[in-house]
Design a binder for this molecule. Structure first.
Ligand code: IPM
Ligand code: MG
Length: 357
């Protein structure tokens, strides 16, 4: 089969990690007889520099016409002083919205080989960590009305958190469906003791849960959830939450798996098209130094094979290859421990490719 993939390298370490992920896909193509056609398009800081805007229309069109989008990371200090609407991050948000990608799946798995890199005490992680964060991605405070105004206290700014029943229902369904294939538990995280939007969220999630009688539903306030993630991560299976809380909790979940450099993500909507990206940022401080961990991006490519192309065997082949390389003790700097062999971004990619056959 042929698959068309729009590729956005982005900023900072983006180009380095994307290169390794596309090479991995090339290898999968050779071994399993598929053709992955990559079309590179610009978004984020590099698009601002070359095209004068963070998300050129051409990029949106190419992405919409592709089977999937692979993205590195956007942003960096160079563009930090631009107005909010022009920042590189806005490209990412608008792309999610334009493609209707309302469901963000962020699996946080602690690899056996990385247990020592986990900052939690050994007895807390003896049964491993395997959490799927299902983050709402096109609503909430990220997309609500925002602005500045003058009031009696002087200038003030506001960002509105807003959720419709329809938005909550569709993301809740995704979470219950994910739990169905996993350990059959959904923890819905909100702040219903304070926020009206959370109270609606909770009510709708309750309603949706009636269609999934086999799945245990639990509600948790976000402050408690952030504590429980560290206290007893094993209690979680699927965490269902809003855009903002999901952004924060997924970074926390990634840290307890050893490194944010390990975690992939899939952003999905109604159809098969999805956007796949590591959950980490563009790490401008190590840009071009061949230090970045490409594994999160490579695992994102595996998620693409699984969710957009239904190529489960091929996805597993990538995941197995990553595990093998870790078992052989090769590590990028972010996950290094005493007796490991340090490799750069390019060699980590190469080692993974060698394990696919
Ligand atoms: C993420 C990132 C983005 C987000 C930023 C870069 C806009 O932190 O994907 O988690 O907040 O969604
Ligand atoms: Mg984030």
């Amino acid at each position: 089969m042929n698959y068309n993939i729009a590729v956005i390298k982005g900023d900072g370490i983006g180009p380095e990690i994307i290169k390794e992920a596309t090479l991995v896909l090339d290898k999968i193509g050779q071994v399993y007889k598929h053709e992955f056609r990559f079309t590179e398009v610009l978004a984020g800081g590099s698009a601002i520099d070359k095209k004068g805007e963070c998300l050129p229309k051409e990029t949106i069109d190419v992405c919409k016409g592709s089977d999937a989008v692979l993205l590195g990371a956007v942003g960096g200090p160079k563009w930090d002083n631009l107005p909010g609407e022009e920042r590189p991050e806005k490209a990412l948000l608008n792309l999610r919205k334009e493609l209707g990608l309302y469901a963000n799946l962020r699996p946080a798995i602690l690899f056996e080989e990385l247990k020592k890199a986990c900052p939690l005490k050994e007895d807390l992680i003896k049964n491993g960590i395997d959490i799927m964060v299902v983050r709402e991605l096109t609503g909430g405070i990220y997309f609500g009305e925002r602005g500045r105004r003058d009031k009696n206290m002087g200038e003030e700014a506001f960002d509105v958190e807003l959720y419709s029943i329809k938005e909550v229902r569709r993301i809740a369904k995704k979470a219950f469906e994910a739990a169905n294939k996993r350990n059959k538990k959904v923890t819905s995280v909100d702040k219903a003791n304070v926020l009206e939007s959370s109270r609606l969220w909770r009510k709708v999630v309750e309603e949706v849960s009636k269609d999934y009688p086999d799945i245990t539903l639990e509600h948790m306030y976000v402050d408690n959830a952030s504590m429980q993630l560290i206290k007893n991560p094993n209690q979680f299976d699927v965490i269902l939450t809003t855009n903002m809380f999901g952004d924060i909790l997924s970074d926390e979940a990634s840290m307890i798996t050893g490194s944010i450099g390990m975690l992939p993500s899939a952003s999905l909507g109604k159809g098969n098209i999805g956007m796949y990206e590591p959950i980490h940022g563009s790490a401008p401080d190590i840009k071009g130094e061949n230090k970045a961990n490409p594994i999160a991006t490579i695992l994102s490519a595996a998620m693409m094979l699984r969710h957009s192309f239904s190529l489960e065997k091929e996805a597993k082949a990538i995941e197995k290859a990553v595990k093998k390389v870790l078992t052989k003790n090769f590590r990028t700097l972010d996950i290094i421990q005493d007796d490991n062999k340090v490799v750069g971004t390019d060699n980590m990619g190469k080692l993974i490719i060698e394990e696919i056959n």
